[in-house]
Design a protein around this ligand. Structure first.
Ligand code: BG6
Length: 474
């Protein structure tokens, strides 16, 4: 791997604390950071290099649900050797003059872990100081969702980016694309030819995409209240989940070919604003930094279709929300029952087969089937044929999505990053739905969301699947 400098704008941000610094620690531990690679942390705070190291130390020892393992002092020290601190405001020219003196590498990644309102200052000043100029090395930019807040603002940001960088330098990160469980969908589908012929309208009754969390917004009120669940996870993570599960086989396993197929799905989604259901958990307006009379959605459920031959008329139901009964993220592909199903009249004989991509918590790929209960009678029971990560006999290490995506960015591989068109297609689908936001239905904490979300499926003679924890248990 080439050596390089990683410049993090916003080293004290929530994103840096929760995701970036722990990912860099893990990469250090696994020897994934090349020798001589440096990390320049930028923020407004007055800090010395020593203070930065203390700060990183404390961040690594914070309770972090995404990063639970032991911190080894030797690894921490190695990471510290790479760290440099630069204080100042991103609006200020002088910061960049100092930055040019700090940068001892021609290969550079600029990571924007800061507010989108500040991006343009960073770009302008990088250019003024020729820091975005590729001479004798590569320059890459990493930015996170939200890429805009709707289609016009996303287009404006994409255009702005193109003034300073070329598309192959821009790494728009959606951390779901770095999830091993999501990436494995492509392998499962395209490396095993037996399932692929079934993934179409002839065999599939409907698809459900679920992303539920049993916790609330915590201290993120300032951000979340401006955004809501549809834009926070629906516009990005969940649409990508759908794209992975339904895209056609790419002509080759390359960034261009994979992105092209994802994009085709995103561009053929049909927004149905009349059917979207919005919910809000009880007590949400009393959360920190949330408006008293907030109508922000902490839950949504919608129905859509993919407007192509393969999935024509196959309903897709998507739901997500906070403070619900269970934390679970999955894609369920519910197959049709043949009209004269043998044994269909027995108890649970009419239960359909379901292919489940369980993204979390009990990660796996599972096929729900019917089996005979051992004994002298023909009695049926639903069971799961499963591939489970947690009981992987080879004990493979599952990289955190940030770690995985940073490795890809260092390699210059954009396969699991979004390009401008994808982000815009996602907004084109979401905008009409977001405009239909009315007063959300209030739901009880710890429930499955508002009952209106159940009605959405009931009208079609269907029901949300209760996510099973019966498979891939530890
Ligand atoms: C983030 C959202 O992008 O994804 C959060 O802003 C959400 O609100 C999170 O909780 C879910 O990610 P994960 O990896 O925990 O499923």
């Amino acid at each position: 791997m080439d050596s390089f400098a990683l410049v993090i704008f916003g080293i004290t941000s929530n994103l840096s604390q929760i995701k970036l610094i722990p990912a860099l620690y893990d990469m250090e531990e696994k020897g994934l950071l090349p020798s001589g690679m440096t990390i320049v942390g930028i923020s407004r705070r007055e800090m010395s290099d020593r203070n930065l190291k203390d700060y990183v130390h404390s961040v690594l020892h914070l309770e972090n649900i995404h990063h639970k393992h032991e911190i080894k002092e030797a690894t921490f020290k190695k990471l510290c050797m790479r760290l440099k601190y630069l204080g100042g405001s991103v609006e200020d020219q002088q910061l960049y003059e100092k930055l040019s003196k700090f940068l001892d590498h021609n290969n550079r990644i600029f990571y924007l872990a800061t507010y989108p309102d500040l991006y343009h200052y960073v770009f302008e000043n990088l250019q003024k100081n020729k820091l975005n100029k590729q001479s004798g090395g590569w320059i890459r930019l990493m930015i996170e969702k939200p890429i805009g807040n709707d289609l016009p603002s996303a287009k404006a940001l994409n255009n702005l980016l193109l003034k300073y960088f070329t598309e192959d330098q821009i790494f728009r990160l959606d951390h779901y694309l770095g999830k091993e469980t999501l990436q494995n969908i492509l392998t499962f589908r395209f490396a095993n030819d037996i399932f692929e012929p079934l993934i179409n309208r002839d065999s599939i009754d409907h698809i459900q995409i679920t992303a539920l969390e049993d916790f609330g917004i915590g201290k993120r009120g300032g951000y979340f209240d401006q955004v809501g669940t549809l834009k926070d996870v629906g516009q990005n993570h969940q649409l990508q989940m759908l794209a992975f599960a339904t895209m056609n086989v790419p002509s080759e396993f390359s960034n261009e070919a994979v992105t092209k197929e994802r994009l085709k799905i995103l561009q053929s989604l049909m927004p149905l604003p009349d059917s979207i259901i919005y919910g809000q958990y009880e007590g949400y307006p009393r959360e920190e930094n949330v408006a008293e009379n907030s109508n922000t959605d902490t839950f949504y459920a919608l129905k859509t279709y993919i407007n192509n031959e393969r999935f024509k008329d196959v309903p897709i139901y998507i739901r997500a929300g906070k403070n619900l009964k269970q934390t679970v993220t999955e894609i369920s592909i519910v197959f049709k029952n043949p009209p004269n199903k043998l044994l269909g009249s027995l108890d649970c004989g009419d239960e359909p087969n379901v292919l489940i991509y369980r993204i979390q918590p009990n990660e796996g790929i599972v096929l729900k089937i019917l089996t005979k209960i051992p004994g002298y009678e023909t009695k049926l029971q639903p069971e799961y044929m499963q591939y489970c990560y947690r009981i992987d006999p080879h004990r493979h290490y599952i990289p955190d999505p940030y770690e995985r995506l940073l490795v890809d960015a260092i390699r210059g591989d954009q396969t699991f990053f979004n390009d401008a068109e994808e982000v815009e297609a996602q907004w084109a689908f979401i905008d009409p739905l977001a405009q239909a936001l009315k007063k959300p239905h209030i739901y009880k904490n710890g429930s499955w969301g508002p009952k209106e979300a159940d009605e959405l499926l009931k009208k079609d003679g269907r029901a949300w699947l209760e996510p099973s924890m019966e498979f891939c248990r530890m």
